[in-house]
Design a protein around this ligand. Structure first.
Ligand code: ATP
Ligand code: MG
Length: 562
């Protein structure tokens, strides 16, 4: 179950006011990813905020690809983004590409030039940066700032026609080089890039900059509330400037909310791409990745992700939340619907010497002790079984209640067994243990004769399905907070240094015969181990691969005052 509306928040209050005052009559939002990578958990928040807010007011949401930078964008990303938004359970009203508006954006730039509000600058990118000033000092006017309208129009037309090389000229908005807001100091609004665009091919060699393009995209689509993350706050004055000066009809407004940061999860596409490009992970959908596709392959559900972002809430604050909170919501979601079965991840053979030879006995096992509606299944039991290697110790410490010579334990859904003999190889490794069982102690018969302290799981050796288990730890150390200001190369190195070398461990063991035909994305709780998902890429009928979603235990608690 997920929430149909957002929790109380400031944007909701604004929308309520806007509808009441008649400023807007239908709420239109948009989710505007740049198709330069796969979506991550942070985007899930932006998607949820945009779609849920519009929906709860009877409005709608567009999916718009903000594809104004041909150098980094690709259709692979376009397709993955569509898939991820749909998988999260959201339906967009209209699908748009910012690149479909290039002509309109060009015409609006001509409007600016004609009004004397934009000019072609011949300075290099470095010169422009150097003359931009600082937080305490104003910028310096470009020597080209006062070009005539005619000259600007001529140069801009020739920029479009491909007469100049990359970087030779830019178009800048003519705002105020002395503005206390650096973003208002004549920002570049068009640059030359001789590059093939994934959508427009070679039709253009000049491309609009994001800060100029975005307000126009919103205006063209009639977006009423343009919701973005807090780092765009300083851009809002320029957003409003573009809306006012380009003389578009619609008047969208930008509102900023705090980013979702999860401790120990990278939410920067650039860093995620680095992990993919360096082969540190097996693609964007590697189950260790905080991408939507990675979380899906890991076994997270849309419900868990949506309940998580709901709990994180919508505010201006840039809070960092714990992975434990995300894990809490997947456990909650799977608790009552994932079948509970047994799996042995590190097998040790047990021979039950007094158990008759021959075909297995079928034992009744409940599928989910917390949800009787899930019924029960029959599991085979015979003379040879596998148990978990660490459920046996030859010389146990005190308080060890599992199997050791002379001790008796309960086999889940089956009988009590007692360890009598330990078989070792020449090097002294335990290869097999011999036990006896007590037929009186069969599970479900109400046996009360004596008690044992340990209950362990097992798999019948004659029917065990060989399986691969992929066990995960966080990909990076949890104290890695996002430091966007650092120099990129230094940052990349320190980032790569934080990779956990043990983030993936592959083990081979067995599952119950009923899981022989498990299908991709089937989810199970393996007794005492955790929740697992059938891998969507590598699992094959007869030799399944299970990804650990999350272990069973957690000390995490939701804040009580909510
Ligand atoms: P990156 O900077 O890593 O490339 P981005 O934020 O620029 O990512 P976009 O494709 O531009 O990626 O993002 C689309 C939308 O998702 C934007 O409105 C952005 O504000 C929002 N978004 C991105 N990251 C987060 C996050 N961590 N929390 C909430 N919203 C986010
Ligand atoms: Mg961006």
């Amino acid at each position: 179950m997920t929430h149909a509306s957002t929790p109380p928040n400031f944007i909701k209050n604004i929308i309520t006011e806007d509808l009441k005052s008649g400023k807007v009559d239908k709420v239109i939002t948009r989710f505007p990813p740049e198709p330069n990578g796969y979506l991550h958990i942070g985007h899930a928040k932006a998607i949820w905020v945009n779609f849920t807010l519009a929906d709860e007011f009877g409005g709608c949401t567009n999916l718009r690809f903000d594809d104004t930078n041909p150098l980094k964008e690709d259709v692979e990303y376009v397709n993955s983004i569509k898939e991820d938004v749909k998988w999260l359970g959201f339906d967009w009203e209209e699908l748009h590409f910012a690149s479909d508006y290039f002509e309109e954006m060009y015409n609006r730039a001509v409007v600016l030039i004609k009004k004397g509000k934009a000019y072609v600058d011949d300075q290099s990118a470095d010169e422009i940066r150097e003359t931009r000033g600082t937080l305490t000092e104003p910028g310096k006017n470009s020597p080209y700032r006062d070009r005539s309208v005619e000259e600007n129009l001529d140069l801009f037309t020739r920029m479009r026609a491909g007469e100049f090389k990359n970087g030779e000229k830019v178009l800048r908005a003519k705002v105020d080089m002395g503005s206390p807001n650096i973003n208002m100091r004549d920002p570049v609004i068009y640059r030359i890039a001789h590059a093939t665009h994934h959508n427009t091919g070679d039709a253009w060699c000049i491309y609009p900059m994001y800060t100029y393009a975005h307000p126009l995209e919103d205006a063209i689509e009639g977006v009423t509330h343009s919701l973005c993350t807090i780092e765009f706050e300083d851009q809002r004055p320029f957003y409003d400037w573009v809306i006012a000066e380009t003389e578009v009809e619609a008047a969208p407004h930008q509102y900023e909310f705090g980013r979702l940061n999860v401790a120990g999860m990278v939410t920067s596409k650039r860093k995620l791409k680095l992990l993919v490009d360096q082969g540190i992970v097996d693609g964007w959908d590697d189950p260790r990745m905080p991408t939507i596709s990675g979380l899906r392959r890991r076994g997270y559900t849309p419900e868990a992700i949506k309940n998580f972002v709901y709990e994180a809430g919508i505010s201006k604050a840039q809070g960092t939340v714990e992975i434990a909170m995300l894990e809490h919501f997947i456990r909650e979601d799977l608790k009552l619907r994932a079948p509970r079965t047994m799996a042995v991840l590190d097998p040790l053979k047990v021979v039950i010497t007094n158990y008759p030879e021959g075909g297995p006995e079928l034992l009744e096992a409940e599928n989910n002790t917390e949800n009787p509606e899930m019924g029960s299944r029959q599991i085979p039991f015979s003379r040879e079984i596998y148990i978990e290697r660490d459920d046996f110790m030859e010389n146990p410490p005190s308080k060890y209640f599992r199997l050791f010579p002379g001790n008796e334990v309960r086999l889940k859904h089956a009988y009590f067994i007692k360890c009598n003999e330990v078989i070792k190889d020449e090097e002294g490794n335990v290869v097999e243990i011999h036990c006896t069982y007590d037929p009186e102690t069969k599970s479900g018969t109400g046996f009360t004769g004596r008690k044992v302290k340990g209950t362990i799981h097992w798999i019948d050796a004659s029917a065990a399905v060989p399986s691969e288990f992929r066990l995960y730890e966080p990909l990076i150390s949890a104290d890695n907070t996002e430091e966007e200001e650092e120099a990129e190369s230094v940052e990349e190195k320190t980032f790569l240094d934080q990779i956990n070398p043990n983030s993936l461990r592959v083990v081979h063991g067995y599952v119950e015969p009923g899981l022989q035909g498990a299908k991709p994305h089937d989810k199970f709780q393996f007794f005492r181990h955790g929740y697992f998902n059938v891998d969507s890429k590598d699992s094959k009928p007869g030799s399944p691969v299970f990804n650990l979603i999350v272990s069973l235990k957690s000390s995490f608690q939701l804040p009580k005052n909510k």
